[in-house]
Design a protein around this ligand. Structure first.
Ligand code: SAM
Length: 193
């Protein structure tokens, strides 16, 4: 495959953290991964190369609107969409996730990096969580306040804190700095095997 091309790198600063925290928790067999918000495919490429390609039956689903992002979508397509283990879904995250919540959870790993506005992120987190298997891992961009914090729009931090509170008994907190990484407990705290 030819060299991948990116005009922006919103991901590389996370690689050492992900290697240390996430990789040891990924099952050895086939895995199903999800990325909400794929942009040019920078994080998708890393997930593909470091996790998905370890097993021929593993899959990566990439969801993005690419609204007004024609050039980014074109780059995503040439960088990654033609890879046999990747499936591209061009849609709102909620449209992708909502039908899945009535099915048994299917994902082993997910990266939530779509719309960062608090109310949208909160919906994505709650829906995506329902699709994550027990012991599955979820990474979420932007825990720390960003520019949105000072506007009327709820920040990512408000969404993430609300999500953590509501799902507290099911969550094993792995990282909560600039970035959030959580694992779904096999048994909720206070629950029974
Ligand atoms: C910060 S970029 C993702 C960067 C990418 N994860 C990476 O590391 O290279 C956010 C992406 O989310 C997409 N997005 C925003 N709102 C969305 C929504 N409601 N549903 C699906 N994708 C959305 C945007 O089109 C954009 O490409």
């Amino acid at each position: 495959m030819s060299e991948r091309i990116f005009t922006a790198d919103l991901f590389s600063h996370l690689i050492s953290l992900w290697r240390f925290v996430i990789i040891p928790l990924i099952p050895k067999g086939p895995v199903r991964c999800l990325e909400i918000g794929s942009y040019e495919g920078k994080a998708s490429s890393w997930i593909l190369d470091s996790i998905v390609k370890n097993h021929s039956d593993s899959r990566l689903d990439c969801v993005d609107l690419w609204r007004g992002l024609e050039e980014q979508e074109r780059l995503f397509d040439t960088n990654i969409a033609s890879e046999s283990q990747v499936t591209k879904f061009k849609d709102f995250s909620v449209n992708f996730l909502a039908p899945l919540v009535t099915q048994p959870p299917m994902y082993d790993f997910m990266y939530i990096d779509g719309d960062h506005r608090g109310e949208v992120l909160f919906t994505d987190l709650c829906l995506a969580w329902r699709c994550l298997k027990k012991k599955g891992v979820m990474a979420v961009v932007h825990y720390l306040p960003d520019g949105i914090e000072n506007s009327d729009v709820p920040s990512p931090r408000v969404a993430i804190d609300s999500f953590l509170k509501i799902h507290k008994s099911e969550i094993r907190l792995l990282e909560k700095s600039r970035h959030l990484i959580v694992q779904k407990r096999a048994v909720p705290l206070g629950g029974q095997e």
